[in-house]
Design a protein around this ligand. Structure first.
Ligand code: P6P
Length: 334
């Protein structure tokens, strides 16, 4: 009865939204099931000893949380069981997983971060699953060809945000929609249709603890946003969760800019911290589909062709006017 009422109220379900997408719809349904499973586990993790670390370090050089590994297994199983996936690139797996026996025509390549922002888990912070779906290239000689394709080949991308509500944000290349999990019926119901990011916002989001590591032009840009000038609607407010899904989702809905700049100091991360294939590229696809922009500070994120599956990239993403101004500062035009 509840399902019928929800649907009869015109609240489209995620299934309604993707069922015309054929194989891709099957894949997205599997990702949604994985998202529901992860949401349930996150809600009870502290009660069943699932918080904390495993004692291992992953390919990123980061401490592995118990839930990182568990969620990775949930997603690998869900994607493999779909029977539609040829190659998997996971933040938690050192190498791409190539399922040769699945790579018939029309198979898909999925890049994903099972629990992005997992450093927030032990303090009940917001985290998310980020996914980027690409069609397997016909001429792919081996997994690495597809694992390092640029963002322009994406067919679908999005994230599941585990917050007060569990929200799945998705683009299929024709706009961006958000679906909120109705726990009473276990369905993702469309809560935001055809999301458009404001042309300009009033919030900037960056880890200012890294300010001494940035290029001076980045510091000048942030100082500009913090300066008081009524005529240009400044200062901006600062918001930083330290979880890309949370900081990006706020930027998508309210406008403004998120930055994770390069660390220009000796021994730092010259390409920044965030990974292109399962953080930068999917968020860039979503934001562009919502009318926003995503760049390295110089180049369009969607065009960057990585040399490795876990390549990092500086990320400047958000409202088009804010990103354009940031690029002006970084190019020395301001
Ligand atoms: P920092 C989480 O580890 C993550 O990859 C993103 O979710 C987040 O935006 C960023 O790192 C936070 O990094 O260095 O500010 O803690």
């Amino acid at each position: 009865m509840a399902v019928a009422r929800a649907v009869s109220d015109g609240a489209a379900t995620l299934f309604d939204h993707v069922r015309a997408a054929g194989d891709l719809g099957i894949l997205l349904t599997q990702i949604a099931v994985a998202g529901k499973t992860i949401a349930r586990e996150l809600g009870r993790a502290v009660l069943i000893g699932q918080l904390g670390t495993t004692g291992e370090t992953n390919v990123q050089g980061e401490k592995v949380k118990k839930l990182d590994l568990w969620a990775n297994e949930v997603l690998v199983d869900a994607l493999t069981d779909s029977g539609r996936v040829c190659t998997l690139v996971s933040e938690e797996l050192a190498e791409p997983v190539h399922l040769e026996h699945r790579c018939a025509d029309g198979s898909w390549v999925v890049c994903f971060d099972p629990v992005d922002g997992s450093s927030n888990l032990d303090v009940n912070g917001i985290v998310g699953t980020i996914f980027s779906i690409r069609r397997r290239s016909r001429e792919a000689r081996h997994a690495m060809v597809d694992a390092v394709a640029p963002g322009t080949v994406q067919v679908a991308a999005g994230y599941v945000m585990y917050g007060p509500a569990t929200v799945l944000v998705l683009t299929l290349g024709d706009g961006v929609d958000a679906f909120t999990l109705d726990q009473t019926i276990g369905e993702f119901l469309r809560s935001h249709a055809r999301i458009r990011i404001p042309a300009r916002g009033r919030i900037y989001s960056v880890n200012e603890g890294n300010a001494t590591k940035w290029d001076p032009a980045v510091r000048r840009y942030i100082d500009y946003l913090r300066a008081s000038d009524g005529a240009t609607d400044r200062p901006y407010s600062a918001r930083y969760v330290g979880s890309l899904v949370a900081d990006f989702h706020r930027t998508l809905l309210e406008g403004g800019i998120f930055l994770y700049p390069a660390d220009t100091t000796a021994g730092g991360k010259p390409s920044g911290k965030l990974r292109l294939q399962y953080e930068g590229a999917p968020m860039a696809f979503v934001v562009e589909q919502a009318g926003g922009r995503a760049s390295t500070g110089r180049d369009r994120i969607m065009d960057v062709r990585p040399s490795a599956a876990h390549q990092r990239v500086p990320l400047v993403i958000g409202s088009p006017e804010d990103v354009a101004l940031a690029e002006d500062f970084m190019a020395g035009r301001r």
